[in-house]
Design a protein around this ligand. Structure first.
Ligand code: ZN
Length: 985
């Protein structure tokens, strides 16, 4: 007798939320800082120092029995997207003040929910006696609210943007605790941990430009003080409390090790094996002891956190007393309301000259500001040139407090090719010595060059005397070198820790008065350190011999686009084959004088070289292919029309050219064009439709014969592409496991000779893999494209897929899912995740999943595509030379359910007393199904005739039936069975 009546099962719900955002990025940030600054102290060195320092702190407290109160000046930089104040990222002042209130309450154990601290932990609960206040004066000594609002150069930010984000707005970390609030997308927040003052670790001081705390704007502030738009779990401002703990040297309570051997180096916090999420009920046990998941340094929801321990407070006080920068904060002038004096005229900035100037006549000029309380009615200023007074200027003014005015001096003549020093001084204001001398002097050193005619060649055997350097931080800068025997200029960015620093080498003034055509040619070489950081190179041009006020940008490449050789962790010195020649037209400066600068931007990655700089007056013809505009990697028409974007890289107008097209190695079709393309301009040219074979096709497009002549740089004239002609179509539901033969409808493609998806054997049998581990070519893409999905008959749809990935410190892969509704153009992005958002697993060796817990299941909603007849999805992996990315079990459902069936059996009936009957199927291929329900008398109650059954759930009607036993017979193409159910409504 069959006994099984019901099939009970649990649905596994390891479905991750789109764009997963991790709670805290501090550990990851520390890892990156250590990676970029090998000389920085290790956590072990830091903790060795801390252990003796904390003992001193505790001893001092016991002796004195009192603690002094510490006041910390805070500046909040709101990096917004141009919203009005109080909207979106540009959060209101009330929200900022509510966050500071949380911080002060939590650090002083004044938090209302301290009563929720379990009795067990109340004896160890600690307080710091500290106050966080908004700064009262800015770095110029002027009054401030302590809130700075800046429109960011990007709309969203990740941890990897660390330097760029903070360079949007930054105040000196010795005087201000910098807090950046912005649209941080990969973490809720992250802090920069403190360092010890130990000798020999001075490189750590280079981290000052990034010191502080970053917090997502939707977790900043507390709903206890206003109806702010905050994330539900993190709506009480505890993200900043947590991150501020890190800023003052605290570690996560579980010690960042997933075992009972981890430590946070604090004696009165219990050992814990891992982080806690959500809001569990006390007590919880871990490592045979009661967890302190109420600690701010756990990952519990905001509402469930309520204490620091005294041991944690002692650690934070120790940092505040001894760590560089942190220890300066309680004595910062930022805490004082600026005291303005009666008569205080100051030089705000030097307007002219800059650090470079054209030879000839120049008017020195400064901007003065009235920083005092009285109106300034007269002043005396003095100008020195190379320490000799050249002008004393008495002026009549009527300058109200805070008003500014430009003051010009008599013109001077600059002819020397060497540097000149200028000192501007205010000697009197309102007929007497100024009441505040601090802002009365500003100096500048200015390089001038003699105009030089073209042509001009520079090989850099030594640094040419007619050129100059601009090295703003006085540290690492451009120098001459021999790169494998070739003279070149290089900058040692490999060892240069000042992230974001720029350095220039500046040409002499170039006289193009009599040259209608001119061009710059130079060779450059660069390799990235890894896929996550990248340097930049610009070529700037100025007709006013100044590079500090919006010079023309003639060339600008960064990161992988700048690389001329593969990434490497060793110091880059280019081989002869690793140089690339650039041609830049200067014809737009014909008839004038122009000065150029090569500017490096440091990311502390790898070395950058330039050599063989040539200024020529000859005509240069260089027509280049920039990119293919259309088609993409797939078509269902069979005769797509190629459109290609081309660019005139030369220095004269191109008025005729040809484009050739060859498909699958066939003969060239030549297209002639008579369009005009000016130097540095681009044009998109459309060719005629090309005829494709079924499957994958390769085609080559070339540009040739600009102005009927020869192109100077053949390396950018010709590009090859691949395209699949595929018309396979399917309806959903659909399941693809990538086992033998079944993936025929799917297309795997990429650019010729580039890495794309391939098959691999995993614990899910055959899976797809993108091999990022061995592929050093950052930015290459692998495309997996679905058959055409006909969604005309449905209103809702979703897709599920399994991914497996492990992060590696060298770089991050990205997975995107794109949608097309025309068989060809993938214009909609449905999913994008990279690095930590793809996986919590970190592994430095080649990744291969072997257990189901190494996979995560992702859902994407496709309902916006419902009704469309020709939908394709593309799964696009982008290489970061990190680790291998696996994909498997792609399933499409005609619903948006967040818990799809994950049955191990072909079908299952469920429901019972007061629960509607349903049947869920789980077939590998589509089948028909015939379902009949009988009562115990053998009477037919209900019937269901289904086609195209794969993975759906269907309700079973039980019209007018009472409680009792029913028999359900299911017949499919491959199975027949009858089950008994006990059902009642
Ligand atoms: Zn943390």
């Amino acid at each position: 007798m069959r006994i099984v009546v019901f099939t009970f099962f649990f649905i596994c719900t390891h479905v991750s939320v789109l764009q997963a955002q991790d709670r805290c990025g501090t550990v990851e940030n520390e890892k990156k800082l250590l990676q970029n600054h090998p000389a920085k102290e290790t956590p072990e060195q830091f903790e060795k120092w801390m252990s003796t320092q904390v003992a001193k702190t505790i001893k001092n407290q016991n002796n004195q029995r009192t603690q002094s109160a510490y006041t910390i000046p805070v500046v909040v930089h709101v990096i917004h997207n141009g919203e009005s104040i109080g909207t979106g990222v540009n959060i209101s002042e009330a929200q900022i003040l509510s966050q500071l209130k949380v911080l002060n309450n939590d650090f002083n154990r004044q938090n209302a929910d301290q009563t929720n601290t379990p009795t067990l932990f109340q004896p160890v609960a600690g307080s710091m006696d500290i106050e966080f206040v908004l700064a009262k004066q800015d770095p110029d000594g002027l009054p401030t609210t302590g809130i700075v609002r800046v429109k960011g150069s990007k709309t969203s930010w990740v941890l990897n943007d660390n330097y760029t984000l903070k360079s949007q707005s930054y105040w000196p970390a010795e005087q201000y605790l910098n807090i950046w609030v912005t649209n941080l997308t990969d973490y809720l927040g992250f802090a920069q941990s403190p360092v010890s003052p130990l000798a020999g670790l001075e490189e750590a001081s280079n981290d000052r430009l990034t010191d502080g705390v970053v917090v997502n704007y939707r977790v900043f502030g507390s709903i206890d003080d206003g109806a702010f738009s905050l994330k539900t779990q993190y709506n009480k401002g505890r993200t900043l409390t947590h991150e501020m703990g890190h800023f003052f040297g605290l570690r996560h309570i579980w010690g960042d090790v997933s075992s009972c051997s981890g430590t946070d180096y604090v004696a009165d916090t219990p050992v814990q094996s891992s982080s806690t999420s959500g809001c569990p009920v006390h007590p919880q046990t871990s490592c045979s002891t009661t967890k302190m998941f109420q600690n701010y340094l756990d990952y519990t929801d905001d509402a469930c956190m309520n204490l620091f321990t005294q041991g944690q407070a002692d650690r934070m006080i120790t940092i505040l007393l001894s760590s560089p920068r942190r220890k300066e904060l309680p004595n910062s002038p930022a805490l004082q309301t600026p005291v303005s004096v009666a008569d205080d005229l100051g030089i705000k900035k030097i307007i002219s000259p800059g650090t470079t100037a054209c030879s000839g006549l120049l008017t020195p000029s400064v901007l003065v500001r009235n920083y005092g309380n009285n109106t300034i009615t007269n002043a005396q200023l003095q100008l020195k040139r190379n320490n000799s007074v050249i002008e004393t200027k008495n002026i009549i003014l009527s300058l109200a407090p805070d008003a500014e005015q430009q003051i010009d001096f008599n013109f001077i003549s600059l002819t020397s090719a060497s540097a000149t020093t200028f000192d501007f001084t205010i000697t009197f204001a309102n007929s007497h010595a100024d009441n505040n001398a601090v802002n009365n002097l500003k100096s500048i050193s200015t390089s001038t060059s003699t105009p030089t005619g073209l042509p001009l060649t520079e090989s850099f055997a030594s640094f040419p005397s007619s050129w100059s350097k601009d090295n703003p931080d006085g540290l690492t800068t451009w120098q001459t070198t021999l790169a494998n025997g070739t003279s070149a200029m290089y900058i040692n960015l490999y060892d240069y820790a000042e992230m974001g620093a720029t350095d220039k080498i500046i040409t002499p003034q170039l006289d193009l008065s009599n040259t209608p055509t001119a061009a710059l040619l130079f060779d450059r070489a660069y390799a990235q350190y890894d896929g996550t950081t990248g340097e930049g190179l610009k070529v700037l041009a100025s007709t006013g011999c100044r590079f500090d006020n919006s010079p023309d940008v003639l060339f600008n490449k960064t990161d992988a686009a700048l690389a001329t050789a593969t990434s490497r962790l060793s110091r880059f010195v280019p081989a002869s084959t690793e140089w690339k020649t650039e041609v830049i037209s200067l014809s737009q400066y014909a008839g004038r004088q122009v000065q150029l600068a090569f500017e490096s931007m440091n990311a502390n990655g790898n070395n950058l070289f330039i050599k063989n700089v040539r200024f020529v007056t000859s005509s240069i013809l260089d027509l280049a292919i920039v990119q293919l505009e259309s088609p993409s990697f797939i078509t269902c028409l069979g005769s797509p029309t190629p459109a290609v974007r081309i660019r005139n890289n030369g220095n004269i107008a191109i008025t005729s050219f040809s484009v050739s097209l060859s498909v699958n190695g066939g003969s060239n079709t030549i297209y002639h064009f008579g369009n005009q393309i000016l130097p540095n301009e681009e044009l998109v040219v459309n060719l005629s439709p090309m005829i494709l074979n079924g499957g994958t096709n390769q085609y080559t497009i070339s540009v040739l014969e600009p102005n009927g002549s020869t192109d100077i740089d053949p390396s950018n004239d010709s590009r090859s592409y691949q395209i699949a002609f595929n018309t396979a179509n399917e309806v959903i539901p659909l399941r693809e496991k990538f086992e033998t033969a079944s993936k025929n409808d799917w297309v795997i493609i990429g650019a010729p000779q580039q890495t794309t998806w391939s098959t691999a054997t995993t614990n899910y049998n055959t899976s797809l893999v993108y091999n990022g581990f061995t592929n050093t070519k950052i930015g290459e893409e692998g495309w997996l494209i679905s058959p055409i999905l006909n969604l005309t008959d449905i209103t809702k749809a979703s897709a599920y897929f399994d991914i497996s990935y492990a992060k590696r410190s060298t770089g991050n892969e990205t997975l995107r899912v794109l949608a097309s509704t025309d068989c060809e153009h993938f214009t909609t992005e449905l999913f994008s995740a990279s690095g930590v958002a793809l996986s919590n697993i970190a592994q430095e060796t080649s990744w291969l999943p072997s257990v189901s817990s190494a996979w995560t299941r992702q859902q994407i909603i496709l309902s916006s595509l419902a009704g469309q007849p020709n939908v394709r999805l593309a799964f696009v992996a982008t290489n970061g030379n990190g680790n291998n990315l696996y994909l498997d079990n792609i399933e499409f459902f005609a619903n948006e359910d967040s818990q799809p069936s994950l049955l191990e059996v072909p079908y299952s009936v469920y429901g019972g007393l007061a629960s509607p009957l349903k049947i869920t199927f789980n077939f590998d291929t589509r089948q028909s199904a015939f379902i009949q329900v009988f009562n115990v008398m053998g009477q037919l109650i209900s019937e269901l005739n289904l086609t195209n059954v794969l993975n759906q759930t269907f309700p079973i009607e039980m019209p007018n039936q009472g409680t009792g036993i029913y028999l359900i017979r299911v017949q499919t193409d491959t199975h027949v069975s009858t089950k008994k159910v006990y059902w009642g409504n």
